[in-house]
Design a protein around this ligand. Structure first.
Ligand SMILES: Cc1cc2nc3c(=O)[nH]c(=O)nc-3n(C[C@H](O)[C@H](O)[C@H](O)COP(=O)(O)O)c2cc1C
Length: 177
């Protein structure tokens, strides 16, 4: 069983490659996420490290700070979202929620392949739109670096502080309980 406490967002990847079939199977798991009205509003655009031209075109869209470490990943992905519901053309208020959930599924699938994912908001949406030729109504959401962390990186990184349980979840109990 996958222990989700082993998931973390690495900032040091080992520059190894991922086979296209493995990457495709990770993205396929994302498509099994639930979504409002089963709209599946997400799309994933991926570039593999071994395709230097495609990979570096993705790296260039990231902020300088993110480029420093993300350039060592095995694959880069942009998650993008369709903002309107295909069923009736109305605004899909759950599109971002659903896309995040699909990425979470992908994260777990990646762990199953011994890979970690690091999501990023630090990229240029305008450059991303241009690079991926996104039509209006489809917007970039996150950049995602996927790869194998270098061995010297531990899970106990200082920024990995978590809120206390009672701040995050509350049990509503009957007076009898
Ligand atoms: C939507 C989103 C955007 C993020 N953007 C960045 C980013 O631009 N650069 C970065 O280094 N980390 C980014 N992160 C990673 C978070 O900082 C990280 O998930 C958080 O500190 C918790 O650490 P952990 O994932 O290792 O548990 C982002 C994470 C999410 C979910």
């Amino acid at each position: 069983m996958i222990d989700l406490r082993s998931r973390f967002s690495p900032k040091a990847f080992d520059k190894s490659t991922i086979e296209e079939a493995d990457m495709a199977s990770i993205m396929e798991i994302a498509s099994w996420a639930p979504s409002a009205y089963n709209e599946q509003p997400w799309r994933f655009h991926a570039a593999l490290r071994q395709d230097e031209e495609a990979f570096s075109s993705f790296v260039k869209v990231l902020t300088e700070g993110n480029q420093k470490w993300a350039q060592n990943a095995s694959a880069l992905v942009f998650s993008v979202v369709r903002r309107e519901r295909s069923r009736d053309g109305l605004r899909n208020d759950y599109a971002f929620y659903d896309t995040g959930q699909a990425v979470a599924h992908m994260t777990i699938a990646a762990l199953g392949h011994g890979l970690q994912m690091h999501q990023m908001q630090g990229f240029s949406p305008a450059e991303c739109r241009q690079l991926l030729s996104l039509p209006s109504g489809i917007d970039p959401v996150t950049a995602i670096a996927i790869g194998r962390p270098t061995k010297d990186q531990t899970v106990d990184m200082p920024h990995r502080v978590r809120k206390e349980g009672d701040e995050v979840f509350l049990f509503h109990k009957s007076p009898k309980a």
